[in-house]
Ligand binder design. Structure first.
Ligand SMILES: *[C@@H]1O[C@H](CO)[C@@H](O)[C@H](O)[C@H]1NC(C)=O
Ligand SMILES: *[C@@H]1O[C@H](CO)[C@@H](O)[C@H](O)[C@H]1NC(C)=O
Ligand SMILES: *[C@@H]1O[C@H](CO)[C@@H](O)[C@H](O)[C@H]1NC(C)=O
Length: 823
């Protein structure tokens, strides 16, 4: 403002002087000098005296001098030469400011007489001032969003010089974004303008520093500079940026609550709130995720909030949003993938896909019992399930398609041994540590009728007294069956067979439910000694199985028969039968032999003879066992020629049964003819049973010796014959024939308990009685057994055959040995 004041002052002065010189010039003409500014002191502008036409003397005499209208004396006059000399520094800018022409009027004063001359000195501009900026540091604030081409006015530089020495141009330091354009304002003045050539990016360059230089047109060129600082103002033009688009992390399913999962990071290039990032789960995040995970909105750390279950969700994909706080806010997204790692936390399961079916015990190997499958909710090895069966069970597992199995049989089943199986199947997974579970599959083995009923014994012996009342329980058989149900339900029946040409069913019947056998008859031992019943036990299976058992019924003898006399013949019962004997007979003479039989057996048939009455008891004796009647002494002349003997015959039964026979004996002088009288009479029982055993042994021994002798003879004969011709087999028949008299010799030994009796039976009963007598007579004195001569041959034979059948095997062996020895 000071310089402006100076400039106005000078302008005013200049007008004043102009008026003055105009006035002056009209009188004296005008002298004008032109000099550049900034001359050295003493520089000669011109010869003032000469130009004014003054002599040298005038200079001094008239005291030539110059007076500046301004106070300051820029020039002096050299007193010697009258030259106008620069006295002081002349600064055109100081004198004339920005005026294009700068003329300094001077008053030349001459005294004696006073003359006033006016001269003008034009001060020419030289380029002695640089352009300059008022503000050395300009600052600008430009928003990032400023459009390309926008202009920003800058302060113009100033230059004290004028004309071509004043500011002519501007330059700008090289940069990408800005250029400089000039704008002309009034009176040719130019103002520089900054033009945006390229959009600004605060994030790339927040501050641009430029240097503007103003140049003048002088020679040399002078310049002035100013610093321009451009601050780019931030606009929320940047998204937050995640450092990864997808984050992946794995997490064990057994992770605890508040476990750190992952940290997401995002940066926003903007500044201030525009760059402050907040994290959150995406708006469409389902509850299933937000209930399990949470995110710290400031740090971006994700934490576990709930519990994980691989089996429910194996993987989570969460969208995370990062949002800045600018206006408008900008957001971006990333994805967090959380893979849950399976932990072996599920036990394997065994599922029966079909209920176990009962299996027939005869089912072949490979029969399907049940279908099952194994399942484990885990994955990978944790879900790999292996099934185990207990060792030794007749079942195996046959794998079918994935994890399905068929439980099949693999061995023999026997319901009678094991009727129910509880198969413990163990399932183990391959996890570490492995988990396992168990399932029991009950398998019922159903019955097949594979067991026949079994009797308690293969055969039964039943002893039944004869004459017992019919309708009583004879015996009970019982059978059992290992099977079950209908297969074990047993019914009993009697198989039809013949007993003495009559169906057995007329003798007995059986309770089909419990096997009790009832008699339907009263049995007579003398008619039927033994018979067999085939009993069948049959189960109700399909097909049914049955078993037979034999019941041997032995009829036990009761003493219900009295001895019957068969000799002397009872044909003429009641009439006397005469036995003749010579009067010359000595003592011990065999008069006759009484023979009786008893239809009973055993003791009941054990006959003893006893002389009950006699005409002369001193003459005769009767052998207790043989019934032989012998003389006790020699017959004398005094003895009656006719003697009568009453002989009592008793059996050994209980009660004793007896018979009597009367024998009449006629003594003859020449021909002895005994008279036999038969009469029956009941008398008392015999007593000598004690000695029987001894006699039995003796008789056995004698028979054995006899047999041996016979055998030796036979053998010798056999060998001889075989040397001549034929086989021994044929000869055996011959031998039999040869031995015909002894062929039917049989020894019956009752071994039921202690030996009670032996019956020695002659061969052909009808024809051999005589030979018996002769054979046995030497021993008859000592023999204590009875020779039986049956009254009815057919009866007798039947008795033998029945007895044969009823006797145990050992007895048979004995007998057969005897027979073979005989042969
Ligand atoms: C599964 O188990 C088998 C046998 O033990 C092993 O070889 C395999 O590497 C396991 N696989 C994994 C994924 O662990
Ligand atoms: C069999 O049944 C009959 C009639 O019910 C009965 O009298 C008998 O005693 C039973 N037998 C057995 C061995 O139980
Ligand atoms: C039982 O006896 C009957 C008749 O003799 C016969 O048909 C059947 O085969 C026998 N059963 C057995 C198991 O021996």
């Amino acid at each position: 403002s000071r310089s402006k004041m100076g400039y106005r002052e000078w302008r005013w002065q200049w007008f004043w002087w102009q008026y003055f010189f105009l006035l002056w010039s009209t009188i004296h003409g005008q002298t004008r000098y032109s000099i550049p500014e900034e001359l050295k002191q003493g520089f000669v502008v011109g010869n003032l005296a000469k130009d004014l036409g003054l002599g040298l003397s005038d200079i001094f005499d008239r005291r030539l001098r110059v007076a500046s209208e301004a106070g300051k004396q820029y020039f002096t006059v050299d007193a010697g030469k009258g030259e106008l000399v620069v006295n002081d520094r002349i600064d055109r800018e100081a004198l004339c400011g920005q005026s294009t022409s700068c003329v300094l009027p001077l008053q030349v004063v001459l005294e004696n007489p006073l003359h006033l001359h006016r001269i003008e000195i034009e001060i020419k501009d030289i380029n002695d001032n640089s352009p300059w900026f008022h503000t050395k540091e300009m600052s600008l604030k430009i928003a990032e969003t400023a459009a390309v081409g926008t202009r920003f006015s800058l302060e113009a530089a100033e230059d004290a010089d004028v004309g071509s020495n004043s500011v002519k141009s501007y330059t700008l330091t090289k940069n990408d974004c800005f250029t400089l354009k000039m704008k002309e304002v009034e009176d040719g003045k130019i103002v520089p303008e900054l033009v945006l050539e390229k959009t600004l990016d605060r994030e790339r360059k927040a501050v641009h520093r430029l240097l503007i230089t103003a140049l003048d047109g002088g020679n040399p060129v002078l310049s002035g500079t100013s610093q321009i600082t451009i601050t780019v103002l931030d606009v929320n033009d940047n998204f937050p940026v995640f450092d990864r688009s997808t984050y992946k992390v794995s997490l064990g399913e057994n992770s605890a609550k508040d476990t750190f999962v992952i940290k997401v990071t995002a940066t926003d290039a903007d500044e201030g709130p525009n760059g402050e990032v907040e994290f959150s789960f995406g708006s469409r995040t389902p509850d299933t995720v937000s209930s399990v995970f949470e995110i710290n909105s400031l740090t971006g750390e994700v934490f576990l909030k709930g519990t994980l279950d691989y089996e429910k969700t194996a993987s989570y994909k969460i969208e995370v949003t990062a949002k800045d706080k600018g206006s408008p806010e900008m957001e971006s997204h990333c994805r967090v993938q959380i893979d849950v790692i399976d932990v072996n936390d599920n036990t394997p399961e065994i599922i029966l896909t079909s209920e176990p079916q009962p299996v027939l015990e005869n089912a072949p190997s490979g029969t399907v019992v049940a279908l099952l499958s194994a399942h484990d909710a885990d994955s990978g090895n944790n879900s790999k399930v292996t099934l185990y069966l207990p060792k030794g069970s007749p079942f195996i597992l046959k794998p079918s398609f994935s994890n399905n199995y068929a439980l099949i049989t693999s061995g023999l089943l026997d319901r009678e041994r094991v009727s129910d199986y509880n198969i413990d199947i163990t399932a183990t997974d391959s996890g570490s540590p492995p988990l396992s579970s168990k399932k029991t599959v009950p398998v019922r083995i159903s019955d097949v009728n594979d067991n026949p009923p079994v009797f308690t014994q293969p055969s039964y012996n039943v002893y039944l007294k004869e004459n017992s009342a019919p309708g009583s329980i004879l015996f009970s058989v019982s059978a059992s069956d290992l099977d079950s149900g209908e297969n074990a339900k047993i019914s009993y029946s009697i198989l039809d067979s013949k007993v003495q040409d009559v169906s057995v069913s007329t003798y007995v019947y059986i309770n089909s439910d419990n096997g009790s056998i009832y008699s339907m008859h009263s049995f007579d031992y003398e008619k039927l000694k033994v018979f067999q019943i085939q009993v069948q036990a049959k189960d109700q299976g399909s097909p049914s199985l049955s078993t037979n058992a034999t019941v041997h019924v032995f009829i036990l003898d009761q003493n219900d028969n009295a001895p019957a006399v068969i000799y002397p013949s009872s044909a003429a019962l009641g009439s006397l039968s005469h036995q003749r004997m010579p009067r010359s007979a000595k003592a011990g003479h065999l008069v006759t032999k009484v023979t009786a039989v008893d239809a009973d057996s055993g003791h009941n048939a054990w006959i003893s003879y006893k002389l009950a009455e006699a005409t002369d008891a001193s003459l005769f004796t009767v052998n207790l066992y043989t019934g032989e009647v012998r003389t006790k002494r020699a017959v004398s002349e005094q003895d009656d020629s006719s003697q009568r003997l009453l002989i009592e015959i008793k059996d050994d039964g209980e009660p004793v049964q007896s018979a009597t026979v009367t024998v009449s004996i006629l003594m003859e002088d020449a021909l002895h003819e005994p008279i036999l009288d038969i009469r029956h009479k009941v008398t008392e029982p015999s007593k000598k049973t004690g000695r029987i055993t001894l006699y039995l042994i003796l008789s056995l021994a004698s028979v054995s010796v006899l047999s041996l002798v016979t055998f030796l003879i036979l053998a010798v004969k056999c060998i001889r014959n075989s040397r001549s011709s034929g086989s021994c087999c044929m000869r055996r028949t011959d031998c039999d024939d040869y031995k015909n008299p002894n062929r039917n010799l049989q020894i019956q030994l009752n071994t039921d308990g202690p030996i009670k009796y032996v019956e020695v039976l002659g061969g052909d009963m009808l024809s051999q009685s005589q030979s018996f007598r002769s054979c046995m007579s030497p021993m008859s004195e000592y023999s204590d057994f009875t020779l039986i001569k049956p009254s009815s041959t057919t009866d007798f034979k039947e008795v033998i055959s029945v007895l044969d059948a009823s006797l145990p095997d050992s007895t048979w062996t004995f007998e057969s040995q005897q027979v073979s020895k005989n042969q």
